[in-house]
Design a protein around this ligand. Structure first.
Ligand SMILES: [Fe+2]
Length: 425
């Protein structure tokens, strides 16, 4: 449970908010790379951390994010012409480069000299990596390196990157990533058992047998390692260790040899978020079968409304919930695994921004409680002038999450150690 004040602090990420300040210390992925396909391609609207931006790739391939309001009379630069090294406003032809500097004021006699005094309201640097376009919205002098995760260094054939827009605060979505105990219920069969869908081979059978995970947590330079233990067969302990990276990235445990997975939760504003998910293989291209499963089957990745990032199973149609299916086959009656999560997350607390002063947490919520504490404390420290060290930690975080069986008395951090680093299986 959080106080109303703590809940405000951790959920609100607009300009001048404490958590907004913390998010602005990190590179954030906001576009699929193919949304900015090439030099001088059409500009794209981006809303992130409550700011309305336009992204464009200029003639030389540099990427910039500008405040959408033209500094002249605030016309939307999204309508602009992306040409010859800048974005030109269609209202009076004022032109800006990726740094937000004004290159041309062609409608006034004083334009030649006045343009040096003009900048866009905001201009943020952008970079392309890992099939995504990233933005850094913080102080220029504190700009960190990009995250050090292995999938950012792989060729496109080795990964599948997807993006979905959801109607909920980022924290509602992210808390699902560290809520191990929900899997054995929300994603189970009607009788609570394993395997409601073919793709549940990704999910660990033990989550549907022992429904009360016990937690071991370990703070790191970049976030927290979240170990959930269940009793396994033959006296073994069955562990799922997720990796939470500040501010809102979670690597989800996968068995050694199975493609790793990360979920990135990016605030659009306080009531909307981007859900970016990357699946990859560290040493080979994803196979046709894997791509079919991850992209097309409608189970692991939901079908989208064509031309949008909105799932077909969404709030407006009750996620296409089928009560007959719920009675006979699956615990929820909702087809795709992600949509099962969307249904609970988007409506948590009755809306897009839940009040966490009205909840009753139990021991299975230990990971959620600790991640919240770390975020709140880091944001408060920053507000008091202490810069976070996590951006540097994230830039060095060459890590993985793992799903593994260990001896009953084995310390998880010893037994799982080699699997928590990103190296060959
Ligand atoms: Fe889930």
């Amino acid at each position: 449970m959080l106080t109303v004040e703590e809940n405000d602090l951790i959920t609100k990420t607009g300009p001048e908010t404490p958590m907004g300040g913390l998010f602005r210390r990190f590179w954030l992925p906001v576009l699929l790379a193919d949304e900015l396909p090439g030099p001088d391609s059409p500009p794209v609207r981006v809303e992130v951390l409550g700011e309305r931006l336009v992204a464009f790739k200029d003639t030389e391939g540099r990427i910039g994010f500008l405040d959408r309001r033209c500094p002249h009379r605030q016309v939307d630069l999204f309508w602009g012409r992306n040409e010859e090294g800048g974005l030109r406003c269609v209202y009076h032809g004022w032109k800006f480069d990726v740094d937000g500097s004004c290159l041309d004021i062609p409608n006034a006699l004083e334009g030649e000299t006045f343009r040096d005094k003009i900048k866009t309201f905001a201009a943020y640097p952008g970079l392309e990596a890992g099939g995504l376009v990233w933005v850094y919205m913080g102080p220029k002098a504190l700009k960190p390196e990009l995250p050090g995760m292995e999938w950012l260094r792989l060729p496109p054939s080795h990964r599948y990157v997807s993006k979905i827009m959801l109607r909920a605060n980022y924290l509602q979505l992210m808390e699902g990533d560290m809520d191990s105990s929900h899997v054995g219920f929300l994603h189970s069969k009607a009788d609570g058992g394993y395997g409601a869908t073919e793709l549940q081979s990704r999910l660990q059978q033990q989550m549907f047998v022992d429904k009360m995970p016990r937690w071991e947590l370990k703070p790191t330079d970049y976030g927290i390692m979240l170990g959930a233990r269940r009793e396994g067969d033959n006296g073994e302990a069955s562990w799922r260790v997720n990796q939470w990276l500040m501010p809102s990235f979670t690597m989800i445990a996968a068995k050694p040899g199975a493609p790793p997975l990360i979920q990135l939760r990016i605030p659009v504003d306080d009531e909307n978020s981007m859900f970016i998910r990357v699946v990859w293989h560290p040493t080979r291209p994803l196979s046709d079968k894997e791509m079919y499963q991850y992209r097309d089957a409608g189970i692991f990745f939901p079908e989208l409304i064509p031309g949008t990032f909105t799932p077909k199973e969404n709030m407006d149609n009750d996620y296409l919930m089928d009560r007959a299916m719920q009675r006979s086959y699956s615990f929820t009656g909702i087809k795709s695994i992600p949509a099962q999560d969307f249904a609970v997350q988007e409506n948590q607390g009755g809306g897009p921004l839940m009040d966490r002063s009205n909840e009753h947490l139990v021991s299975s919520d230990t990971a959620i409680i600790n991640v919240r504490r770390r975020l709140i404390q880091t944001a408060i420290n920053l507000q008091e002038g202490q810069e976070p060290l996590e951006p540097v930690g994230v830039a060095a975080a060459n890590v993985r999450a793992v799903d593994i069986a260990l001896g009953s008395d084995e310390v998880v951090w010893d037994g799982a150690r080699e699997y928590l680093e990103a190296r060959s299986w």
